[in-house]
Design a protein around this ligand. Structure first.
Ligand SMILES: [Zn+2]
Length: 261
């Protein structure tokens, strides 16, 4: 498996293939890369388009993100906890679940959270997927979310982090930005690693500008909600404010990729 040690130039050289935007090994070597190549791990440009994995900021701000929802059983308790600790989050929605559970999405909007596109059907940008099929799946998700909320998301996260040049060009044409996650803020909660591991991953690595990857749809019994009940008060205690991704981007330090708009 390819790791985060890919350089931007190597990524460009691999333009014919989809890239895997995940780090499933979370090694200490990759942690060291953050300071050595902070621009790449923050906002970087590949194929001339932006890929956001966090932002550079001196402020104690973090963005929690939840993929693959909404769900009627996991999303509402997450919303309850976010409300309890004055936290805002970004929900990367699947269009097909928005169709099934529109009221949950309306609650996300009513409580000040950000909606983002995570495709309609969780289609993967892999070599076997036609570009047209991928584009229409993303557009269908946009239309579904707009139909339920009146909002058209400006942020997109590809399923499992796979992307290629064509996808980035399409997003650019749609005026959508691609959001991944900070390399050390992926606790693998979708795999139910235990509450402790999720808590440890987030708290040990917490840093201003982080984008944290979580899920409000987990197969089986989710550990995510119980982990949040520990993580949210602790981050608040440390002085962090949890904001939407768009809000985090507005706090990007000037001069870092000049992209906060
Ligand atoms: Zn997903």
């Amino acid at each position: 498996m390819r790791t985060w040690s890919l350089s931007v130039s190597l990524a460009v050289a691999l333009s014919a293939t989809c890239l895997l935007g995940m780090d499933r090994s979370a090694s200490s070597a990759s942690t060291a890369l953050r300071s050595a190549d902070s621009a790449f791990w923050g906002t970087s440009s590949v194929y001339g388009n932006e890929i956001i994995r966090g932002v550079q900021t001196d402020e104690k701000l973090m963005a929690f993100t939840f993929d693959d929802g909404p769900t009627p059983d996991e999303t509402p308790p997450i919303l309850d906890l976010l409300k309890q600790y004055d936290a805002k989050a970004t929900f990367f929605l699947l269009g097909q679940r928005v169709e099934r559970f529109p009221d949950v999405v309306r609650r996300e909007v009513a409580e000040g959270h950000e909606l983002a596109n995570h495709t309609f059907s969780h289609i993967l940008c892999t070599p076997g997927t036609s570009a047209e099929k991928l584009r229409s799946d993303i557009s269908k998700a946009q239309e579904t979310i707009a139909g339920v909320t009146g909002q058209k998301p400006r942020l997109f996260r590809p399923a499992e982090g796979f992307f290629n040049e064509q996808l980035l060009q399409f997003l650019h044409a749609q005026e959508m930005r691609m959001i991944l996650w900070s390399k050390d803020q992926d606790p693998w909660d979708w795999n139910r690693p235990g509450v402790e591991r999720i808590v440890r991953t987030i708290l040990n690595n917490a840093s201003g500008g982080d984008i944290v990857l979580l899920h409000d749809h987990v197969h089986g019994k989710s550990d995510t909600i119980r982990a949040l009940a520990i993580v949210l008060p602790e981050l608040k205690q440390r002085g962090y404010r949890l904001v939407t991704v768009s809000e985090l981007l507005r706090h990007q330090k000037q001069g870092d990729a000049a992209s906060a708009r």
